[in-house]
Structures are given as structure tokens and as C-alpha cells.
Design a binder for this molecule. Structure first.
Ligand SMILES: C[S@@+](CC[C@H](N)C(=O)[O-])C[C@H]1O[C@@H](n2cnc3c(N)ncnc32)[C@H](O)[C@@H]1O
Length: 208
């Protein structure tokens, strides 16, 4: 699993390598642009919303929202990713923080209309994902939504099919979302799944 230094090293070539994987329709980023566009279109329905991006990276998605006038907050543990994103979004509140410890104290009293996260939360194991999502719930505004776009499968069987197909370069250190199992671990949430590609999906989580 990459640590913050690993992401620092990847940051400058990140957009290119992701685009290549997306264009070739290859695991792990098959469907990447559609994931980001779908989330953008959901958020865009609400005018001037307050958005928190968990693991914003080079800011591909949040920059679009920033340019549209959305109030952007973000956390990421890679200094180089933050530098790249900050150049694109000078007024966004970008905080260096490791989300495996939850959210930073600066955000303790903040509420968001959307908490989004793309291709970042697979760095948590399944138990920590549910724990983190429960914590994020406390930072949602009344009709707020958590939207996660990631390497994700509706069932374990679909994950296994993909793993067998890409066995040579499957990353066993990453823990991909299995929607059926996540749903069971979050009984107090209204949660839905949209398939985007054979290895990507969007999970929307709302208060019941
Ligand atoms: C694969 S990139 C995704 C970037 C962006 N969201 C996107 O969709 O292109 C993962 C990002 O999550 C960040 N990240 C991974 N684990 C993290 C952690 N434990 N705490 C904070 N940031 C983390 C990395 O630094 C990186 O910027």
C-alpha cells in the first residue's frame, strides 16, 4: 500500500497514468472519468454547496466544482498532491491529514452538503471504512450525501471475477468496496450502488 511519500512520487505523473488506464479500459481505472463526471453531475444539482473531498489528489474533480463556485474543503496526506491541487484552487481549504485517523480537528465543527471521495478509501480495510463513514455522517448537513467513487463491486463474486482476469497486476494490498458487505455493515444508513464499469462503482450514503 502506498504511503504519503509514495503518493508524492506518483503525483506529477498521476493524471497521465490514470488517463491511460481509463482509455485502455483496464483495471484499476476503467471508468475513471465516468465516475468523476457522474459525481460532478450529482453535486451540480445543488447550487453553491459546501463540499469535502477525502483524498482529493491532483484535484481533478474538485477543481471543476471550485471553478463553478462551490466551497471546497479537502484532506490528503501527500504534500505533493496538495501542492498541485492548491495551484488550481488557491482559496480551497486543503488540509494535510491522514484519514486513517478520522478527520482533522480543523473540521470538527464543520458540516457539508456533500462529502465525496474518489479512488482513495480503498486504502482502509473494510472495518475502518465503516467506522470512518459513521464518523463522516456527523459532518453531513440535513440532506447531505456521502458519495464514494472507487474500484467497487456489487458482490464479492464480481470482485473475484475481476481479480482472476487481472491476476498479474491485481493489487492485493488495496481493499476494494464490496457493496453487499458494506451495506450490511451500515444498517443505519440509506445506501445505494451504481455500477460504472466492470471494476468501478459509485456508492451514495444518506441519513435514514
Ligand atoms: C489514487 S489517488 C485519487 C486522487 C483523486 N481523488 C482522484 O480521483 O483522482 C488517492 C489519493 O488519496 C490520498 N490518500 C491515500 N491514503 C490516504 C490517507 N490515509 N490519508 C489521506 N490521504 C490519503 C493520496 O495521497 C492520493 O492523493
Amino acid at each position: 500500500m502506498l504511503d504519503n511519500k509514495g503518493f508524492d512520487l506518483w503525483a506529477d505523473g498521476y493524471d497521465k497514468s490514470v488517463q491511460l488506464s481509463h482509455e485502455e479500459n483496464e483495471y484499476p481505472f476503467a471508468g475513471y472519468k465516468d465516475v468523476l463526471n457522474t459525481i460532478y453531475n450529482i453535486v451540480y444539482k445543488k447550487d453553491k454547496a459546501k463540499v469535502l473531498d477525502i483524498g482529493f489528489g491532483t484535484g481533478v474533480l474538485t477543481k471543476k466544482l471550485y471553478d463553478d463556485g462551490y466551497e471546497i474543503y479537502g484532506i490528503d496526506f501527500s504534500q505533493r498532491m496538495i501542492d498541485i491541487a492548491r495551484e488550481k484552487m488557491p482559496s480551497a481549504k486543503l488540509i494535510q491529514y491522514d484519514f486513517s485517523s478520522g478527520l482533522p480537528t480543523e473540521l470538527e465543527n464543520e458540516e457539508f452538503d456533500y462529502i465525496i471521495s474518489t479512488y482513495a478509501m480503498h486504502h482502509l480495510d473494510d472495518e475502518d471504512k465503516s467506522r470512518f463513514i459513521n464518523k463522516l455522517g456527523k459532518h453531513l448537513s440535513k440532506d447531505g450525501i456521502i458519495i464514494i467513487g472507487d474500484i467497487a463491486f456489487e458482490t464479492r463474486e464480481l470482485l473475484e471475477q475481476c481479480r482472476k482476469r487481472f491476476l498479474d497486476y491485481w493489487d492485493d494490498e488495496e481493499v476494494y468496496f464490496v457493496f453487499d458487505e458494506l451495506k450490511e455493515s451500515l444498517p443505519n444508513w440509506d445506501i445505494s450502488f451504481t455500477t460504472i464499469s466492470y471494476c468501478a462503482g459509485i456508492i451514495q450514503i444518506r441519513k435514514q
